[in-house]
Design a protein around this ligand. Structure first.
Ligand code: SF4
Length: 486
């Protein structure tokens, strides 16, 4: 029997389905972050069901497909207005429909997704196979919808307006044709009967796949995937060129790629000193090294925010007021249940003056958060204006590391987690209880929702403060390193 999730695996990557069916032992079980995401999806699914009241859930599901199908039929015959997890089986394909909604003349299929409004191909595949199976079971399918979260919904009240929180997108025009699905089914049968297929490696497509460790096991360190786009990397691999240093010098079509090849080949950094000096010359004292930590609640926790919006709950700030001057450190960390953005704004306006450069790594993130707070929060106009002016004064430490300062240990990435250990191996995040943005988000959840004993909560707050402080101090060190390089 084939399920709809197996069909979508096939549509995403045929090898994924082959491994799932024939070599399941090589797949990695979901990690904590994935499990959390799945749990979040279930919570959203239950909330979505409430938008179709008086419905009944089919209980059996995957555990007993034939009983689930029979129960679905009974509920349909009773004319239930909505059936949750409605089960259908046709041609060896078993599907569970999140919500089957009764209409005056037939039934609507509603697939619930906990993601934002971006329409992904995998969602269309998911609904297409449901429509194929349900229609072939003799049910008059009127429309197919995707029900997802409206990330543009600006919530101004404490409780969301669920009518605005969810968005229904009509999928009828996008659905895969019956002929194509039937061809897919034939192809799946042939695929599963054949030997293991080749992997079509793709950096973004494979990211997060449960077969990642298996499919990428023979890709060497310093592989061409670190620097080149996946298409180009696969072409190099087919030619037997597996590592960046094996690419012929000066054979790439951009200077940046040629520089990367040289960096890998010589194992020495490439530095465009003129460009780095130009970047440094734009810095104006006082220098404010600034970093936010954020939480991203699916259901807004406070008024004046949107689903999935990044909400700052902490910042660290190192200030150097004049060249070679001492550093001052300031910080903010939320307390209690209030919206942490108000505390952030108050502390930022207190510590950050009207002149000088704000410095962040990947500064677009900090700039966007500041602009959102200015736009979204009911603050006095002068505070909004001050925040907007502040957001114009950022410079980004990531900029020089994109193409003017390339280090072999950066492995093709300009993220701070790659740049920092390349230039300052002694400044590591290893062993820190809170060691990345994901850890910080989890720590926020524990402090905000959990009932931690007082001592544990105090320690977690210290860990959060230490982590964020390290991020801004890292930027101080990066600017020092850039200065030394010129
Ligand atoms: S890791 Fe990539 S190639 Fe392997 S199964 Fe997953 S998506 Fe397919």
């Amino acid at each position: 029997m084939l399920s709809k999730s197996q069909y979508t695996k096939y549509k995403g990557c045929p090898k994924h389905l082959w491994l799932y069916r024939n070599k399941k032992e090589v797949l990695t079980p979901p990690d904590e972050a994935t499990q959390k995401k799945m749990a979040r999806g279930q919570d959203v699914g239950l909330l979505a069901q409430k938008q179709f009241p008086d419905g009944v859930a089919v209980q059996e599901g995957w555990k007993n497909p034939s009983a689930a199908v029979a129960q679905t039929r009974k509920l349909m015959a009773r004319g239930m207005p909505a059936i949750y997890e409605a089960a259908f089986l046709y041609n060896g394909i078993f599907v569970l429909v999140d919500i089957l909604e009764k209409t005056p003349t037939g039934w609507n299929i509603v697939e619930v997704k906990s993601s934002g409004k971006h329409l992904k191909a995998i969602y269309v595949d998911d609904v297409s196979i449901q429509n194929y199976v349900v229609s072939n079971c003799g049910v008059a399918v009127e429309h197919c919808y995707l029900m997802h979260i409206n990330t543009d919904y600006f919530q101004t009240t404490q409780e969301p307006d669920w009518k605005q929180f969810f968005l229904l997108t009509l999928l009828d025009p996008e659905l895969t044709s019956i002929q194509e699905i039937e061809q897919d089914i034939q192809d799946i049968k042939a695929l599963l009967a054949a030997p293991e297929p080749q992997a079509l490696l793709d950096k973004s497509g494979c990211a997060g796949c449960e077969a990642y460790a298996y499919c990428w096991r023979d890709v060497p360190k310093d592989s061409v995937f670190e620097v080149f786009r996946s298409n180009a990397a696969r072409e190099y691999m087919a030619l037997g060129i597996l590592r960046v240093q094996d690419v012929p010098p000066n054979s790439c079509n951009t200077d940046k790629l040629n520089h990367w090849v040289e960096v890998y080949r010589t194992q020495r950094p490439y530095i465009d000193r003129t460009a780095v000096a130009q970047w440094l010359n734009k810095l104006e004292y006082p220098l404010y090294y600034f970093d936010f930590e954020t939480t991203q609640p699916v259901i807004p926790l406070w008024p004046y925010s949107r689903p999935y919006q990044q909400i700052p709950f902490q910042f660290s700030l190192h200030i150097q007021r004049k060249p070679n001057g001492p550093f001052e450190h300031y910080e903010y960390l939320f307390e209690g249940k209030e919206d942490p953005r108000y505390g952030c704004v108050e502390a930022m306006l207190k510590y950050i003056g009207d002149n000088g450069t704000l410095i962040a790594h990947h500064a677009a993130f900090e700039k966007t958060r500041i602009r959102e707070m200015a736009k979204d929060l009911p603050l006095p106009q002068e505070q909004k204006d001050a925040l907007l002016r502040m957001s114009e004064r950022f410079m980004d430490t990531e900029t020089p590391f994109k193409q003017d300062y390339l280090h072999p240990n950066m492995h093709g990435s300009s993220s701070i987690k790659k740049v920092l250990p390349s230039l300052m191996p002694e400044m590591t995040y290893e062993g820190m209880p809170v060691a990345n943005g994901g850890d910080a988000m989890n720590a926020f959840d524990e402090l905000y929702f959990g009932n931690l004993p007082e001592q544990e909560a105090k320690q977690l707050r210290r860990d959060l403060l230490a982590y964020c402080k390290q991020d801004t101090w890292a930027m101080v060190k990066l600017v020092d390193a850039l200065r030394e390089s010129v």
